[in-house]
Ligand binder design. Structure first.
Ligand code: NAP
Length: 242
């Protein structure tokens, strides 16, 4: 059995990634924080399609809760390990910096980059021992270009890209790859407050992307075909910025 853990798998891009990896034959571990019902729906959809999935709720921003959940999973799966990790859980709390309060800065950092640290250090240990693994970090156009109103989010996603490149070099010799996917505007709950009609004129493809279009790249990076891609950032943004 090949196990894939997707953080923030209950909604949006994460739920599409869970379904794509289940289609690829992985037993998918669906992490979520608040949206239990949505996570159960993703699990049911995977099972209805002949796939396998289980739920593993924890807050990626909470180091102790993350460690407890992963340790419990590992203790009940002594002979198994998670060979694919998708660090997808993320939030945005936008504000121009001059009006950004400390909570907005800290929450976005703790979830988007703290979550990477809290989850990855436990999982990568097993990947290195087993000498195979795939880590895929969902970054953002914001982390490459920087977007006004998102200094917190841009900083966290840029940090995630730096961490991707550094960790890739640490673990490559053990046949573990670490890559990032940088979506542009994707139609999910996270972007539902944005006006697609006015923003789409900036996007060469003329529309927001779909979660499945991000999931397709993750599916490839999670496969053995992507063995020689390491420390890379792949944009999925309709040509918005490269
Ligand atoms: P979304 O629809 O808001 O979904 C976010 C997911 O993350 C939910 O499943 C949520 O689970 C989970 N999550 C949030 N905080 C969490 C925490 N502390 N612990 C565990 N899970 C947590 O967002 P999305 O658009 O799918 O975004 C997914 C990823 O893509 C994020 O990293 C985001 O920054 C990135 N991204 C999105 C876009 C876009 O245009 N949508 C563009 C670039 C990058 P619960 O509901 O259970 O809390």
């Amino acid at each position: 059995m090949r196990y894939a853990l997707v953080t923030g798998g209950s909604r949006g891009i994460g739920s599409a990634i869970c379904k794509a990896l289940a289609d690829d034959g992985f037993f998918v571990i669906i992490n979520y924080n608040n949206s239990r019902e949505a996570a159960e729906t993703v699990k049911k959809e995977i099972e209805a399609n002949g796939g396998q999935a289980e739920l593993l709720p924890f807050d990626v921003a909470d180091d102790q809760a993350t460690e407890n959940a992963i340790t419990q999973w590992q203790d009940s799966h002594k002979d198994d390990y998670i060979s694919v990790l998708v660090n997808n859980a993320g939030i945005r709390m936008d504000s121009v910096l001059v009006f950004m309060d400390k909570n907005q800065w800290d929450k976005v950092m703790e979830t988007n980059i703290g979550g990477f640290y809290n989850v990855t250090r436990h999982i990568v240990k097993y990947m290195m021992t087993k000498r195979y693994g795939r880590i895929i970090n969902i970054a953002s156009l914001s982390g490459l270009k920087g977007l006004p109103g998102q200094t917190n989010y841009s900083a966290a996603k840029a940090a995630l890209i730096g961490a991707t490149k550094a960790l890739a070099q640490e673990v490559a010799i053990r046949k573990v790859t670490v890559n990032a996917v940088a979506p542009g505007f994707i139609a999910t709950d996270m972007t539902k407050d944005l006006d697609e009609d006015s923003l789409k004129s900036m996007i060469p493809t003329g529309r927001f992307g779909k979660p499945e279009e991000v999931a397709a790249v993750v599916s490839f990076l999670a496969s053995e075909k992507a063995s020689y891609i390491n420390g890379e950032v792949i944009s999925v943004n309709g040509g918005l910025y490269t």
